[in-house]
Design a protein around this ligand. Structure first.
Ligand code: ACO
Length: 404
């Protein structure tokens, strides 16, 4: 590694870093037009580069955001993205040093959480990230002749004009709020990259908005693809890639609208929360299938005591966790966690776990007993497992719903 230098990038170097990232993902460099639109969302002073002989060969960046944790508190979050090392420089520790520099920066910036979406599940566990939210890809056959019956409390659904998307959707997302553990705020740069750039490149994106008694309270963004065309038939599939609502009822109202669209054979929605029971609104629940169950958010507790203290806990006697963190050793230690709060302690550990397993517990995705049974957590006091299950459990499945 001594041949490599890791440092923050100057703004003038970010396009080269972007090309390295795209290349690592087997993609061509961005066109001038795409770069001109996408670079406006590039974070400054948060892109790290790895250099060899003055040439950039790897990069990793993050942008500032916030994330809701169980109980409703919202914490500063570093959203890590565009990580890549040139294929002719991999497996020499370049990513390890990029991650080390980035985690230090995130700590210094006072962001207790970091999250990312991984291209492969083998990469990030060693850096202390664990899967904290999962999602299911749901595919529903549009049941022609058997429409979804009316649902209680569903309001109006309208289609937005394309020109309205860039202003209306950020407004509605903000209005919906971070009401579920794992949901994150979307800075302006996110909307520029994920929506405005795609609209400017003339991608056909359709948005519907749900309004209830208090105004706009949900939306879905989707594309359509022709799956079968015949002289007397045009069958399309709707692909929903972004959908949020203030409540489950609102989201199911959006589903109902999509399933009633003409010329549509099926509706597929990507990475939906695990507690969104679409099958229950269908005349035939067999028309709905889970096409995939996937990891959604990888979470890193960068400041363990701050993160643990920010969430609420269920009703049970406290447990003492012994946490190990190889990359940020200041997090290592014992923590007494209970419904009345969290404190460092010298008391003997009930449960011992690495910081990546703590991330799997933290938002309520997996119970401690499952982590113990799979060897991710060591129970020194077996009775503490049931207490930990109750302390960390949450009423709603954690889910981010924001891809970056
Ligand atoms: C948030 C995002 O942006 S996700 C996108 C991530 N980027 C990609 O997938 C692009 C393609 N891949 C790459 O660019 C690189 O292979 C990276 C970034 C994943 C890894 O970079 P490298 O510099 O090779 O990682 P580094 O050498 O530091 O590896 C550290 C350890 O992880 C292991 N490792 C890293 N990547 C992988 C992998 N893809 N598969 C298996 N093991 C891996 C290494 O073997 C090494 O193990 P060791 O410590 O036991 O020796």
């Amino acid at each position: 590694m001594s041949d490599y230098q890791i440092r923050l990038l100057e703004e003038s170097e970010t396009r080269a870093a972007h090309t390295v990232f795209l290349g690592s993902m087997h993609n061509a460099p961005a066109s001038d037009e795409s770069w001109e639109l996408g670079s406006r969302g590039y974070p400054t002073q948060r892109c790290f580069g790895a250099f060899r002989a003055g040439r950039i060969v790897g990069s990793a960046q993050s942008f500032p955001s916030t994330m809701a944790v169980p109980g409703g508190a919202v914490l500063p979050l570093a959203a890590v993205s565009r990580v890549g090392v040139r294929a002719d420089h991999t497996r020499r520790g370049v990513l390890t040093e990029l991650m080390r520099a980035q985690l230090r920066q995130i700590r210094e910036l006072g962001e207790p959480l970091a999250s990312l979406h991984a291209s492969e599940s083998v990469i990030y566990g060693r850096f202390g990230y664990g899967v904290a939210c999962r999602g299911r890809t749901v595919e529903v056959e549009a049941s022609r002749g058997r429409p979804v019956p009316p649902l209680p409390g569903v309001g109006e659904v309208r289609i937005l004009d394309t020109e309205e998307l860039a202003t209306e959707l950020p407004r509605i997302y903000e209005r919906i709020g971070l009401h579920r553990p794992g949901m994150m705020s979307r800075p302006r740069g996110w909307w520029l990259m994920q929506l405005e750039r795609r609209l400017a490149l003339k991608e056909r994106i359709i948005a519907i908005v749900h309004s209830g008694p208090d105004g706009d309270d949900g939306y879905a963004l989707y594309e359509t693809t022709m799956v079968d065309a015949a002289p007397d038939r045009q069958d399309r599939r709707i692909d929903v890639f972004d959908m949020h609502g203030v409540s489950l009822g609102v989201v199911l109202g959006l589903w109902r609208f999509l399933l009633g669209a003409d010329l549509v054979r099926s509706v597929r929605a990507w990475l939906r929360p695990l507690d969104e029971p679409v099958e229950l609104i269908l005349p035939n629940r067999g028309d709905c299938r889970t096409a995939n169950l996937e990891d959604e958010t990888w979470l890193r507790l960068v400041d363990v005591p701050t993160a643990l203290a920010a969430r609420t806990y269920g009703v049970a006697e406290p447990v003492v966790l012994e946490v190990h963190d190889r990359f940020l050793p200041e997090n290592s230690g014992r923590y007494r966690v209970g419904k009345d709060g969290v404190e460092r302690t010298d008391a003997p550990a009930d449960l011992e776990l690495p910081v990546d397993a703590l991330a799997m517990l933290f938002l309520g995705d997996l119970p401690a007993s499952q982590l113990a049974a799979t060897g991710k957590l060591v129970p020194h006091e077996p009775a503490a497992l049931e207490r930990a299950d109750r302390l960390f459990s949450t009423a709603r499945s954690p889910h981010s719903g924001t891809f970056f």
